[in-house]
Write a protein that binds this ligand. Structure first.
Ligand code: SF4
Length: 665
C-alpha cells in the first residue's frame, strides 16, 4: 500500500493511495482515517499548470526563454559570487520538506554567508515562536493533538479550524460529544463558532484585554494554582500586582461584551480540570502578536494548565511543515536546530558543517528583505514554493520593491503565482506525490513523505540547492546522494541543539515509514522548562492599541482568514470545481446593520479601500461585529489593503487590523 502525508495544513494527515485515489489512513493516530476535501484532491491537479521547464529572461518585461538547470544554476552561482552575501536572500516556505529546508539553510547560512534566509511561516507563526521562547525558554509546543481527547475545555481564539484545519475540527467535535466544552473567541461568527458552547464576539484587537480580564478575575478569586506558581514560575508577584491594577470596567468596555457572557466563560474556565487554548493568525498576525501569545501563556502558567494531559497553550500551525522549518533553522532569526547566533553555537555549527563562511548574526526577516529591496540593498532573492507578491502585506509597496531586485529566482511546481511576473528565472520542482523526505506537523510529529510517481527529470528543492552549492564550489558539503542522506546529516545535527526537547537524533528514517516519530515527547511532562532557572516566565502585558485606528474616512476594521477547501494563492485548489462548492473566493462579510446603513444588499459588489489600496468583492451579509468586515485570503487582491506594521520582536505583519472604507459600485 502506498502511503504519504498531506501537503496542505499543519494537522499532517497521513493518506493512502489506492486505485489512483487518496484517502485518510485509518491506522494513523493523527487523522485515524479522516481527511478533508482539500487533502484528498491533491492527485487530481498534479499534471495541470505544472512548471516543467527551466525558464530565464534578463528583464521582467521580456518573454521567458527555455533554459536548463545547469545553465541557470551556474548563472545564479556566478551572480552570488559577484555579490556581497548580505545582499542575497532566500525566501523559503512551510510547504518544503525538512530535507529541502536543511540544504537551503546550510547553503545560505553556512556557505554563502547570508542569514537572510527566512520563510513564509514568518507571516503566520513567528509570534508564537517568540512567545514560547520567552515564556518557556524554547520553541516547543507543549500540547499534542491527542490531548484534545483529555481536555474538559478548549478555548479557540483567533482561529477557525472548521475551515482551516478540518480534521482537527472534527476531532474537537468528537471530543465535544464526549463532554468537552468549546469556547470560541472571534469578532466573526465563523463555522467554528457555530459549534461553540460559548461564543465571545470580542472587538477586533482586544484579545489582550480579554485574557488579562480573565487573569485578573482568577487571581482575585484565588482560582489559580499556587503550588505550580511557587515551584515553576518566575515573576508572579509583579505580574499579579500589575494585573490587579487594571480597571475591569475599562477592560470590559474595550472587549465589547456584557459582563454576564464573561461570567459564563469564567465559570466554565474555573470548573474545567484540563484546558487547552488553541490559536492561529488571529493572535499571531499582529503588531502585538508576541504579547498576545504571552497573555495566553500567562493564563496557563498561573492556573498550572500546562505539561499535563489535556492541557496547554497550543499554537496551531497553518502549513504542513511550518514546524519542521523552525526545527531545521529556516527562520532568519535562528542559525539551525534551534540554535541562536551566539559564539558557542556558531563555533559548533561551523565545525559540524566544516565551513569558515558561516554567518554570525540574525538576517532580515521575510518582510524586512522586501524593505531592503526597496532601498536597493537586495540583489538576489531566491524564492521556493511560495508567493510573496500575493501574501505579503501592502502589496503596492511589495510590487514596487520587487522591481528593484536584480535577480529574482522562483522555484515552484505550479505556474500562476503572482510572483512569477517578477521572476527572472523559473526553476521547476517536483510536487506532492513525487517528493521524498519528512515533514513535522503542528504537534511535533515527524512523518515520512513518500514519492509514488516518477520525477521525469524534475528536481526536488534540496537537489536544486545542493547543485547550486556545488556550482558555488562547495562540492563536498553538498554531495548528498538522496533524501535519506540529507535527513541523516540533519538528525545528527540536532545533537548540537541547546533545546533539550529536540531529540530528533533518535529518529530512524526507515522506521518513519511505519510509525511517526514525535520529538520532545518524554521530556516536558516533568515541568522542566528550558529557561535559565527551569521555571516558566510570567510577563505583564498591556493592550497598547498599536494597530491602525479607524477614523471617519476609514471607519471599518478589516480582518482576514482562510476559506474552506482553499489553499493560499489557489494555483491548485482554485482550479477544482469540487473545492469551490462551499463559497466563492472573493467576497466580503459585512454585518447586516452596517449593510443597511450603507444601503448594501447580499450579493452587491462593493469597493473596499484602505490607506494603501483597494479591491472589489461581492457582499455576504453574515454575523460579524459591527464596523468589522472579513475578506478571505483566497481573494487574490486582499493584500492591497493590509497594513505592513510588524511586531517588533517576531517581525510578523499586522494583517488583521486595517482600517477601511466601503463604497457600493
Ligand atoms: Fe490535509 Fe489538513 Fe485536510 Fe488533513 S485537515 S487532509 S492535513 S488539509
Amino acid at each position: 500500500m502506498k502511503q504519504t502525508v498531506c501537503a496542505y495544513c499543519g494537522v499532517g494527515c497521513k493518506l493512502e493511495i489506492t486505485n489512483g485515489a487518496l484517502k485518510g489512513l485509518k491506522c494513523y493516530p493523527v487523522n485515524a482515517g479522516m481527511s478533508c476535501a482539500k487533502g484528498i484532491s491533491q492527485l487530481k491537479t498534479i499534471y495541470k499548470n505544472r512548471v516543467l521547464e527551466v525558464k530565464k529572461r534578463d528583464s521582467i518585461s521580456d518573454q521567458f526563454e527555455k533554459s536548463s538547470y545547469e545553465d541557470s544554476l551556474k548563472y545564479i552561482a556566478e551572480k552570488i559570487k559577484g555579490t556581497n552575501p548580505k545582499r542575497v536572500g532566500f525566501y523559503l516556505s512551510g510547504q518544503m520538506l525538512n530535507e529541502d529546508y536543511y540544504v537551503a539553510n546550510k547553503l545560505a547560512k553556512g556557505f554563502i554567508g547570508t542569514s537572510n534566509c527566512d520563510t513564509n511561516s514568518r507571516t503566520c507563526m513567528a509570534s508564537a515562536v517568540v512567545g514560547y521562547k520567552k515564556s518557556f525558554g524554547a520553541d516547543f509546543v507543549p500540547v499534542r493533538i491527542t490531548d484534545i481527547d483529555h481536555a474538559n475545555l478548549i478555548i479557540i481564539i483567533g482561529s477557525n479550524p472548521a475551515e482551516a484545519h478540518v480534521v482537527l475540527h472534527n476531532k474537537i467535535k468528537k471530543a465535544q460529544k464526549n463532554g468537552m466544552k468549546v469556547v470560541v473567541i472571534d469578532p466573526r461568527f465563523t463555522m467554528t463558532a457555530s459549534i461553540a458552547d460559548i461564543y465571545i464576539p470580542l472587538r477586533v484587537g482586544t484579545d489582550i484585554d480579554l485574557l488579562n480580564f480573565l487573569a485578573q478575575e482568577l487571581i482575585k478569586s484565588d482560582n489559580i494554582d499556587r503550588e505550580f506558581i511557587e515551584k515553576h514560575s518566575n515573576n508572579f508577584d509583579e505580574y499579579r500586582d500589575k494585573i490587579l491594577l487594571l480597571d475591569s470596567d475599562i477592560l470590559l468596555e474595550s472587549i465589547g461584551i456584557d459582563r454576564e457572557l464573561f461570567k459564563h466563560f469564567y465559570e466554565l474556565f474555573v470548573q474545567s480540570d484540563n484546558i487547552i487554548t488553541a490559536w492561529t493568525m488571529g493572535l499571531n498576525q499582529s503588531v502585538q502578536g508576541v504579547d498576545k501569545n504571552l497573555a495566553v501563556n500567562n493564563l496557563h502558567i498561573i492556573t498550572g494548565q500546562i505539561n499535563k494531559k489535556g492541557s496547554g497553550p497550543f499554537s496551531l500551525t497553518g502549513q504542513p511543515n511550518a514546524m519542521g522549518g523552525r526545527e531545521v533553522g529556516g527562520l532568519s532569526t535562528a542559525l539551525a536546530v534551534h540554535l541562536d547566533f551566539d559564539e558557542d553555537s556558531c563555533d559548533k555549527v561551523s565545525k559540524f558543517w566544516n565551513t569558515n563562511r558561516l554567518t554570525k548574526q540574525h538576517g532580515f526577516t521575510a518582510y524586512e528583505m522586501i524593505q531592503q529591496a526597496e532601498k536597493e540593498e537586495l540583489d538576489i532573492l531566491i524564492i521556493a514554493h511560495t508567493d510573496p507578491i500575493y501574501h505579503l502585506p501592502n502589496r503596492h509597496f511589495v510590487e514596487a520593491s520587487f522591481k528593484k531586485i536584480g535577480l529574482v529566482v522562483e522555484i515552484n511546481a505550479y505556474s500562476g503565482s503572482a510572483t512569477s511576473s517578477y521572476a527572472h528565472i523559473q526553476l521547476p520542482v517536483v510536487p506532492f506525490g513525487q517528493k521524498d523526505g519528512t515533514q513535522t506537523n503542528m504537534d511535533r510529529t515527524i512523518t515520512r513523505v513518500k514519492s509514488f510517481e516518477p520525477k521525469d527529470g524534475i528536481l526536488q528543492d534540496w537537489e536544486i540547492f545542493a547543485r547550486l552549492g556545488q556550482y558555488l564550489g562547495y562540492e563536498d558539503a553538498f554531495n548528498f546522494k538522496d533524501s535519506q542522506e540529507v535527513f541523516e546529516e540533519y538528525k545528527e545535527m540536532t545533537r548540537l541543539s541547546i533545546n533539550q526537547h529536540l531529540n530528533i537524533f533518535e529518529a530512524n528514517y526507515q522506521s518513519l515509514e511505519k510509525s511517526p516519530f514525535v520529538w520532545g515527547e518524554d521530556t516536558y511532562k516533568e515541568n522542566r522548562f528550558l529557561t535559565s532557572n527551569k521555571k516558566a516566565n510570567l510577563f505583564f502585558i498591556q493592550n497598547d492599541n498599536l494597530s491602525e485606528e479607524p477614523n471617519k474616512d476609514y471607519p471599518y476594521l478589516f480582518i482576514t482568514g482562510r476559506t474552506r477547501d482553499q489553499w493560499h494563492t489557489g494555483t491548485k485548489t482554485a482550479q477544482l470545481k469540487s473545492l469551490l462548492k462551499h463559497k466563492a473566493l472573493e467576497f466580503v462579510v459585512i454585518n447586516c446593520l452596517d449593510a443597511e446603513e450603507l444601503n448594501i444588499s447580499d450579493g452587491d459588489v462593493v469597493e473596499v479601500h484602505s490607506r494603501r489600496g483597494k479591491l472589489r468583492a461581492k457582499v455576504i451579509i453574515a454575523k460579524i461585529n459591527r464596523k468589522t468586515i472579513f475578506i478571505p485570503i483566497s481573494h487574490k487582491e486582499v493584500n492591497y489593503l493590509t497594513d505592513d506594521k510588524l511586531d517588533p520582536l517576531s517581525k510578523e505583519p499586522d494583517y488583521n487590523h486595517s482600517a477601511v472604507s466601503i463604497i457600493k459600485v
